[in-house]
Design a protein around this ligand. Sequence first.
Ligand code: AMP
Length: 170
Amino acid sequence: MKLETYIRDIQDFPKPGIVYKDITPLLQNPEAMREGVKRFLENLGDVKIDKVVGIESRGFFFATLLAEKLNAGFIPIRKPGKLPFTTIKESYSLEYGTDTLEIHSDAIQKGEKVLIHDDVLATGGTAAAACKLVEDLGGEIVQLNFLMDLDFLKGREKLVPHNVTSLFTF
Ligand code: AMP
């Protein structure tokens, strides 16, 4: 099953020059969703995971499915002002300006094994900020997984020395 055939390119969204990778055709298809979960679990192998962290918002879909399969807790990382309890924050640079991510301060206990998931690895700034938040709480990052990575943006270089996998590459 070629999961990449369920990704739809939207030209110039959300702004001119961006080719947006729309995962909603994949989410509409239960067989493709099951196949995605199966491949993520195969890539992870037989390791214990305590928490699966999903990055807002398209990271939440597969992160919750994986958490359930792994008998792990699901943790959301969100944009500022969305999480109701006390948080820690991490800012990162964008092409123009900066953005910030937050995680609940009680989301991860020291030494817990963590899997981080998002839909797309582009420049890697978002995922690198997520790593910092998890490590600031004392979590040990076992793997970062993505549905796809945009190889030409070299996001993997920002995530060294972590274990990074994706189901397909554009
Ligand atoms: P980056 O920090 O550049 O790696 O960007 C990753 C974040 O932006 C992820 O949360 C993605 O969901 C989103 N993203 C970046 N580029 C795209 C794209 N071309 N299509 C869809 N989502 C994207």
